[in-house]
Design a protein around this ligand. Structure first.
Ligand code: PGA
Length: 239
């Protein structure tokens, strides 16, 4: 289902409301929340509502979506650092609640196995909130990804490494990513795919209006029965 909003603020308010409502209904929810610019305001609003309404996130489990390989968790620009600033610290989330890729680990395959196991133990994602890359990626599931993969290490697309510079204050070498696989995201009970701004309009058109294909991983998500596609007017401009 596609829902359009007149602007980024309205889209963010809606997504935040959905997240808080889910946690109210199911305090032990399993959430996978993307990093990136798109959900930033959503997380601020989640924190505002949770504080105003005393909604406890103490029983929630968080599963990481993706991470840049070689970027330490503590480094601004890492997906972990972003979520720590936006969600984990403000909501007083304890470490045991968070299962996130450690991309500085020596053995990345072991990291993938560890996160696969954490997700299996948690059962199933109640919600995956994801953005869309300019190339149609979801997490770091890049164009051409095998949709049956679980967590894996991936050589990043050039567009991803170039666009990714925006998260860092200085030019940063990015080459590999570690990510949950499409199979795991597609198994989520609910997926929210968010896009905002003119720059996303062309890829949103491809993801929603061209034949579903792993060439545009977001098209696999968008066609999924439990997916809500949330767009602001600019991102929906080419539909
Ligand atoms: P963005 O990233 O929200 O910063 O545009 C989206 C993505 O690459 O998945």
């Amino acid at each position: 289902m596609i829902t359009k909003f007149k602007n980024y603020q309205e889209l963010s308010k809606f997504a935040a409301g959905k997240i808080v409502q889910l946690v109210k209904n199911k305090p032990a929810a399993v959430l996978c929340l993307a990093g990136g610019d798109t959900p930033a305001l959503t997380y601020d609003i989640v924190v505002e509502i949770a504080m105003a309404e005393s909604v406890s996130f103490a029983a929630v489990t968080f599963i990481g979506l993706d991470e840049w390989v070689g970027i330490e968790r503590a480094m601004p620009g890492s997906c972990y650092h972003f979520l720590q600033q936006k969600i984990f610290d403000p909501l007083h989330i304890q470490q045991h609640q968070v299962h996130f890729f450690d991309s500085g680990a020596h053995d990345l395959q072991k990291e993938c196995d560890r996160i696969n196991k954490s997700l299996e133990n948690a059962g199933c994602l109640d919600l995956a909130l994801v953005g869309i890359g300019l190339n149609g990626h979801i997490g770091f599931n890049e164009p051409g990804v095998d949709p049956l993969l679980k967590a894996h290490v991936v050589e990043l697309d050039q567009l991803t490494t170039a666009t990714g510079q925006k998260y860092f204050t200085t030019s940063t070498a990015l080459a590999l990513g570690i990510t949950l696989g499409m199979a795991q995201i597609l198994e989520a009970r609910n997926v929210m795919l968010m896009a905002s701004g003119k720059k996303k309009a062309a890829i949103i058109r491809k993801a929603l209006q061209e034949p579903v294909s792993n060439a545009v991983p977001a098209s696999l998500i968008a066609s999924h029965a439990n997916t809500l596609v949330l767009l602001d007017d600019e991102a929906a401009a080419e539909l």
